[in-house]
Write a protein that binds this ligand. Structure first.
Ligand code: GCW
Length: 719
């Protein structure tokens, strides 16, 4: 019997170690393998001898578990939990009220101002013994501190003189899942939805916990489970029980659940004749529905609403405005502390104005008309998550209303989960744009962290790129976009470089050569995608429907869904005139920015064709004509992808073969597709420019018809 037991045990150990060694990407950046650098390992082992994590809430238990698991993995031995500080080198974590030891350290001064989620990590002495203290006002702060402490170890930072004090700059940090109840994911490229509605609430997949751990590790504290193109069924009893089961898992990681509300739900599931937000029965229906939701999920966060946009129902059907709609819902959730995130992504084919202007036109007049628990969710740019857009003119333009940015982590317009595109530079570009709303320094980040207008309701949303594929995101490097979003949600002033450095160290290796090579590839990847897709301010020229490849020729159907509406190429030149002589979208920006964009000499060249219609022979700063520059840019984009392939090849012996091979093969597809973008676009625009391809550039392999008729067969989510 004893013998049998030891065989089973050995089997389990082998199985287990096999499981942890395979680099299938499941563990994301929380890998916790033994630190390979023996010097670093030795020094940590000297400084960490025991643990005291006091407190008995689910959050503290989850955080303690994570710390134990993390330390055991990273240090290669289990670190004993202690009941008192009997030797030096104890890591002590807790809150002053939940932990006697923390309480006795008199940290009130250091903790004041850190709110419910901030924390400190410091080296100090307790009864004359050196200890490391992770302390916070609330349990969630302790958990974030623990994740940061683990990150320090994972990235091999010194831990001998820590004096960290960290607070999230944005209060509500969300993922938005565009997940449908049939488990398909709109613009999802990583398999099915993580939420297995059929087996909920009875079966709780361990992935739900791992999803929550990953989010908590970067500070994400909320998740909107359902698509903004909403299905009212999610608000019915059976589904609410399922939602409650997920909320139960996420709660232990400080994550609240939110849902999307279909505006016509009172009619569809409530059997009312109208969804008019000012109708007393409708008001009552929402109130009762919300009370019911809170009876299942007492800490329910609130709703996101997409209304009167792309066919979704909304208040305008009843001659009411967005504020009327938002406020009815806001009044229903207010007694429970919930919020309404009302999307500003609105545009209408029947409005003769430039699509880029419509959100501003509809929302600015409503500034100050929303309830206190309403926040307006604004995409980073005025069109739709393009590879490059100027920042949305609404930022800074509604001072009396809190605004939150919506960023897209899933790569709808950036090569789905096939292209390697690190998105932090795109996010950072928006967050660090200066709106000049209150003079120089009025960054988008300051609008949304509440500091510019003194708002306390602050939030940020990222459209998730997760699914049920083993590695969560499809492309192994796309995990970095989830990570980067979370880090920027916590601190929108962080740099892309710093975030990439952390992520690479946690996900691949701390070896400096490996870090540099991967960082080099990642940091140049977004600009490469812009160059082979839509540089110089071009936008919305993608393939219809799936949005993966090029489609500058798309001209049929709804005007504002075509490409020709946006590039306006003709014999004279190319670009959308949004200056005062055109659609005058520039007038929606504050004067300094408006003047910058209005004038084609001062307009940044990377946005030139967004704001101007430019003649083909216009001299660019490089000295080349616009036409030549356009061709060279497309070629540079492809060249960068080829360099990325060479750089990746040099990692062959530095990283595991699983992820090496997977990225390598994806880069082959990326190169192929970057050429399709390049040659398809150049050949098409050449029909207007009637100018030759600069001699030094490689000729397209096929004619224009080939690119127009090209069908993709191997792109995730595309049939
Ligand atoms: O980016 C566009 C997408 C739609 C999406 C919409 C939105 C969820 O193509 O798939 O719908 O934006 O943000 O509402």
């Amino acid at each position: 019997m004893k013998y049998l037991y030891s065989i089973i045990l050995t089997g389990l150990i082998i199985f287990n170690s096999f499981e942890t060694r395979a680099e299938d990407g499941y563990r994301l950046w929380l890998r916790y393998d033994v630190i390979p650098d023996s010097k670093v390992l030795k020094s940590y082992n000297k400084q960490i001898k025991g643990l005291i994590v006091e407190g008995d809430s689910p959050v503290i238990r989850a955080a303690k578990n994570e710390l134990e698991k993390g330390l055991e993995g990273l240090l290669g031995r289990s670190i004993p939990a202690m009941s008192s500080v009997s030797k030096k080198g104890v890591v002590i974590a807790g809150t002053p009220s939940g932990s006697q030891v923390i309480g006795s350290l008199k940290l009130q001064d250091k903790l004041s101002g850190l709110g419910p989620e901030g924390y400190i990590i410091v080296n100090t002495r307790y009864r004359n013994k050196k200890v490391i203290v992770i302390a916070a006002n609330n349990d969630a702060g302790v958990m974030y501190g623990i994740f940061n402490f683990l990150r320090l170890l994972q990235t091999n930072q010194p831990i001998g003189s820590l004096s960290i004090s960290d607070v999230p700059k944005i209060n509500i940090r969300l993922l938005n899942h565009w997940d449908n109840l049939d488990r398909s994911v709109e613009r999802g490229y990583a398999g099915l939805s993580l939420w297995d509605w059929q087996s909920l609430p009875g079966q709780i997949d361990e992935r739900y916990t791992d999803y929550a751990r990953a989010n908590a590790s970067v500070g994400i504290n909320g998740t909107v489970l359902t698509n903004v193109n909403a299905n009212a069924l999610i608000l019915t009893k059976d589904y609410l029980e399922k939602v409650a089961a997920l909320a139960g898992v996420f709660r232990s990681y400080g994550i609240k659940v939110y849902l999307t509300a279909r505006f016509s739900a009172p009619v569809e599931i409530g059997k009312l004749k109208t969804a008019d937000p000012l109708d007393p029965d409708v008001i009552k229906w929402w109130k009762n529905k919300v009370d019911e939701i809170y009876s299942y999920i007492p800490d329910f966060g609130g709703f996101v609403v997409k209304a009167n946009s792309e066919g979704q129902p909304g208040p305008q059907e009843y001659k009411r405005n967005h504020a009327d709609g938002a406020n009815t819902l806001a009044d229903a959730v207010a007694p429970h502390g919930g919020i309404i995130m009302w999307r500003a992504f609105v545009y209408d084919n029947n409005v003769p104005d430039d699509r880029a202007k419509q959100a501003y036109n509809e929302f600015v007049p409503l500034d100050g008309k929303f309830r206190k628990n309403v926040i307006i969710q604004v995409k980073n740019g005025p069109i739709d998550f393009q590879p490059r857009e100027p920042f949305h003119p609404l930022f800074g333009a509604m001072p009396a209303t809190p605004l939150m940015p919506e960023l897209q982590i899933t790569q709808e317009y950036l090569g789905s989960s096939t292209h390697l595109v690190y998105l932090a530079p795109l996010f950072e570009e928006c967050l660090k744009s200066d709106t000049y709303a209150k003079g120089k320094g009025s960054l988008v980040a300051r609008v949304i962290d509440g500091s510019l207008e003194n708002h306390s309701l602050t939030a940020i949303a990222g459209v998730a790129n997760t699914g049920d594929v083993r590695n969560w995101t499809g492309h192994p490097i796309a995990q970095s976009n989830w990570y980067a979003y979370g880090r920027l949600a916590w601190d929108p002033y962080l740099s892309s470089e710093k975030i990439a450095d952390e992520w690479i160290r946690m996900t691949f290796s701390n070896d400096p050569a490996t870090v540099n090579k991967i960082a080099g590839i990642m940091l140049g990847s977004r600009e490469a995608a812009v160059k082979y897709m839509t540089h110089l301010g071009l936008h919305h020229i993608m393939y219809e429907g799936h949005h993966y490849g090029p489609g500058p020729w798309v001209s049929r159907g709804r005007q504002d869904w075509t490409s020709v509406y946006y590039h306006k190429a003709d014999e004279k030149g190319i670009g959308f005139n949004r200056t005062s002589s055109g659609s005058n979208a520039v007038s929606q920006y504050f004067p300094t920015v408006r003047d910058l964009y209005e004038n084609r000499e001062s307009c940044p060249e990377n946005l030139l064709l967004w704001f101007h219609h430019i003649p083909w022979d216009y001299r660019m700063k490089s000295g080349k004509s616009l036409w030549d520059e356009l061709c060279f840019m497309y070629h540079e984009g492809v060249k960068t992808v080829q360099q990325m392939q060479d750089q990746w090849e040099s990692l062959r012996d530095l990283i595991d073969s699983d992820r090496f091979e997977s990225v390598k093969s994806l880069l082959v597809k990326q190169e192929r597709d970057s050429k399709i973008w390049r040659d398809g676009c150049i050949l098409y625009f050449q029909t207007f420019s009637k100018r030759p391809l600069p001699r030094e550039l490689e000729k397209p392999e096929h004619d224009l018809n080939y690119y127009k008729n090209h069908k993709y067969t191997d792109i995730p989510g595309i049939r």
